[in-house]
Design a protein around this ligand. Structure first.
Ligand SMILES: C[S@@+](CC[C@H](N)C(=O)[O-])C[C@H]1O[C@@H](n2cnc3c(N)ncnc32)[C@H](O)[C@@H]1O
Length: 405
């Protein structure tokens, strides 16, 4: 075994053997995260927060939700004025993890605008049983608004008016990995090797599938992305987000009209697919430790990759979404009132210094470009009424338009 191979648990060995001895990396990642009985999210093995496997902005406390709620209330006010349906306003959170963000958002929206809260329902879209259980527990205390869990498929049958949020969710969608060897692109696969005593996982190269060939052609034509990049070294590899197209379609068909906010690690294509970034962005996390050994202990590690902004916007537009723009999290939070929160801490520091310092540290972490501040906030809007001749919705986004202050 070398550094790119790892002991193989029985459940995944069986799956790979039953699939003929090797599977695509995409399939491996899907099993490792979402397998009903063994996946890291499905079983609820992964823990979020400073004492868990990895930190996300909402897991650091309520400040993040309080600032994001400013944007949501503003969007719901705009939507309310246009809402001539009999439907309530709906906040849809996809991949809500432990449910912290949803919990804090409901509280903060209620404080900012009781009248919006009165018209609001919360819908959670989550594919993993283990996470649904945690979300139900976390949200059980909320009685102020109706809450339900739904699949995108159900929402597509009964679309809503509102806002969809995907916070650090799209980075968990299984990706295809491509690898450049012998002057050709291959699809990265995962195979099982055995000797008399052990079996272990290692990488292998598979031919590009038809889906991957079409995807490469489509992004080549659509955003001018030619892969591999010029001067890519032997062994160059990266990720392709083939799940974005179906996800954005299902999201778009879930709304009669409204907006979509994606907050995630993301890079422009010209930064993502360079010869120097020769292993892509994919990484795994456990116990606050980052590792490039993606085949280790499947079912116990988070595996995550950055999004490509150009690919995301391209597939969003193909699915009727109108792109409003993107900024880094630091800039978005400043536009939503982060500096006022810093000033307010000065007053708190005279009465409770310890709390003021810890809140200050959290706020800095949320905007620090070397930490969570480098996340991108990407906004889209859609008007599916009277398809195909939809009128523009003309929503504005505070976090994109307001100057920091
Ligand atoms: C990295 S966690 C993010 C949790 C939370 N949004 C946060 O930022 O704290 C990813 C979440 O997305 C969920 N998830 C992954 N794939 C999904 C999918 N296709 N649809 C809905 N949820 C998904 C996972 O089960 C998990 O709850």
């Amino acid at each position: 075994m070398d550094g790119s191979s790892a002991n193989c648990p029985g459940w995944i060995a069986d799956r790979i053997i039953n699939s003929g001895g090797s599977v695509s990396f995409h399939q491996y990642m899907d099993w490792a995260l979402n397998d009903v009985n063994n996946g890291a999210y499905s079983c609820g093995h992964l823990r979020l927060g400073t004492k868990g496997d990895f930190v996300t902005s909402p897991s650091l406390g309520g400040d993040f939700a309080e600032l994001l709620a400013v944007q949501l209330v503003d969007w719901f006010n705009q939507l309310n004025l246009k809402n001539d349906t009999h439907l309530p306003l709906t906040l849809v959170e996809v991949g809500a993890g432990d449910g912290d963000l949803a919990f804090d958002l409901i509280e903060k929206i209620g404080q900012l605008s009781p009248s919006i809260l009165n018209r609001l329902e919360l819908v959670l879209v989550e594919i993993n049983r283990g996470m649904i259980e945690r979300q139900k527990q976390r949200l059980s205390a909320i009685t102020s608004i109706p809450i339900r869990w739904s699949s995108f498929e159900e929402l597509n049958k009964n679309p809503v008016v509102g806002v969809i949020i995907a916070h650090e969710m799209l980075d968990a969608l299984p990706v295809e990995r491509i690898i450049y060897k012998d002057k050709k692109l291959h699809r990265q696969g995962v195979k099982i090797d055995t000797d008399n005593l052990n079996s272990w996982l290692s990488y292998t190269e598979l031919p590009l599938s038809q889906l991957l060939e079409s995807f490469l052609l489509e992004i080549g034509d659509g955003i001018g992305l030619k892969l591999p990049p010029v001067d890519a070294p032997e062994g160059w590899s990266s990720e392709l987000h083939t799940e974005l197209m179906p996800w954005l379609r299902k999201a778009s068909e879930s709304l009669i009209f409204g907006s979509l906010l994606i907050i995630d690690y993301a890079l422009e294509a010209f930064r993502y697919y360079t010869a120097r970034r020769d292993k892509g962005t994919i990484i795994s996390y456990r116990n606050q430790f980052a590792s490039s050994k993606l085949l280790s202990e499947p079912g116990y590690w988070d595996i995550t990759s950055h999004l490509c902004i150009d690919t995301l916007v391209f597939y969003a537009q193909k699915n009727n979404w109108s792109y409003m723009g993107n900024v880094r999290q630091g800039q978005a939070l400043l536009a939503l009132g982060l500096s006022e929160r810093f000033h307010a801490l000065k007053e708190l520091s005279t009465s409770n210094l310890e709390m003021a310092l810890s809140r200050r540290e959290t706020l800095l972490r949320l905007v620090d470009p070397a930490s969570l501040g480098d996340f991108r906030w990407l906004a889209f809007q859609i008007n599916n009424r009277f398809k195909p001749n939809c009128k523009r919705l003309d929503l504005t986004a505070k976090f994109l338009s307001d100057s920091p202050g």
